[in-house]
Design a protein around this ligand. Sequence first.
Ligand SMILES: *Cc1c(COP(=O)(O)O)cnc(C)c1O
Length: 479
Amino acid sequence: MSTYQTTQLESPLAPEWLAVPDDGNHLNPTVWPQGTSRTEGGELALSGLRVSELADRFGTPAYILSEDHFRSRARAFRDAFTAAFEPLCGGVDVYYAGKSFLCVEVAKWVKEEGLRLDTCSGGELALAARAGIDGSELGLHGNNKSDAEIDRALDMGVGRIVVDSLHELERVGDIARMKRLRAPILLRLTPGVHAETHDYIATAHEDQKFGLSMAQVHGEPSPADKAVSVALGHPSLELLGVHCHIGSQIFSPDGFALAAEKLLTFIAAVRDAHGVSLEELDLGGGYGIAYTDLDDPKEPTELATAMADVVGTTCERLGIGVPRISIEPGRAIVGSSTFTLYAVGTLKTIHVQQGGDVAERRYVSVDGGMSDNPRPVLYGATYTATLASRRSGAPPVLSRVVGKHCESGDIVVKDAYLPADLATGDLLAVPGTGAYCWVLGSNYNYTPRPPVVAVSQGKARLILRGETEEDLFQRDVSW
Ligand SMILES: *Cc1c(COP(=O)(O)O)cnc(C)c1O
């Protein structure tokens, strides 16, 4: 319920998409983890645990992760895609993209929920092994896997190596031959469907580092065609199928469907040319989540149904059997499970000349920043924030939440309306920080990385402890 006129509070400095909230205390359930609420006293709580208790126990900043949310999203993808694809190909394999966020505990949840795990480095392979995940449940990605990583993956009995180039195909073949085994591989193809946030465009797809091009140049077979011929003729390679990953933070199923169509057409062409049926098709990850009120992600069921529809009809039209389908969601499972809890420090209002007028912007400094969430700096990512330690009826003020680092680009939330009475010591929560935040974090300015706290059924526990000063300096040999 609003006690103020929102139109009068609109700032000329606000981006067009940002609305003045009717009630700044409101929590949009698509943006916040399941089980987030405000207590009667007005404090933000997750699974009944108040943020002030969490801050007292674990300090700030801290990543607060809902284990229940993570698990239910993992199940939602598994169940929705299984239901949609079971009649076509007996089911799907869902690989959680470990690069989005991973620690031993999370790898265990992945396993317990019946998902597999995608890795893209020796470190992630080591972590998977430590979490007790069988090699056969793992995929290995990367455009520049080292010999040691390929070797390690094969030693672990990896389920699939997703081969990214002709050069790598030779190397995987050579290493497998030396080890006297057959390496199970998928070929990563670039179907020319390049996703760009809310939309996708079918251009300029060749000019990036990933995958094997499907395009012929000067009448020569495409790199993808060449890779199939090499893989099928190689005694140490077992070609399971093909893979594509068209991008990230994609909302419409159209891009995935178009990519599926292109790869199925490729599979039909392989059958015609070589008499071989490729049995697996991986359609990658990239399903979008809501970072602000503006984003409207599709439910897994809707995505799965749309994709199964296209896969089914395309296979029928091409006269091929439906390959076993796999997908690789990361962000869509972990992204919205987490919010970052910060304490408010310095407040500063600056004045900007706007035509003949002077407009105001309030800078709200928090005790973290680009070291715990570099996404705004890296890709101009948009976030929102809420006053978490209490409810406020004060009018909203256009604010910019910034970190404590020595960079003017150190922005956490570029534009948000936050209550006028925000004060030093208040807790601020930023949702949507589960994916690509902790994993991309740094120690910039010798800042220790914050802890990750898992909350489930009213209980909180550390799954990654925060760094100490000792952690920071232990590699400095002259310390
Ligand atoms: C990053 C990545 C994913 C996961 O992407 P999300 O946007 O987190 O779902 C899946 N597959 C591959 C090959 C990737 O590189």
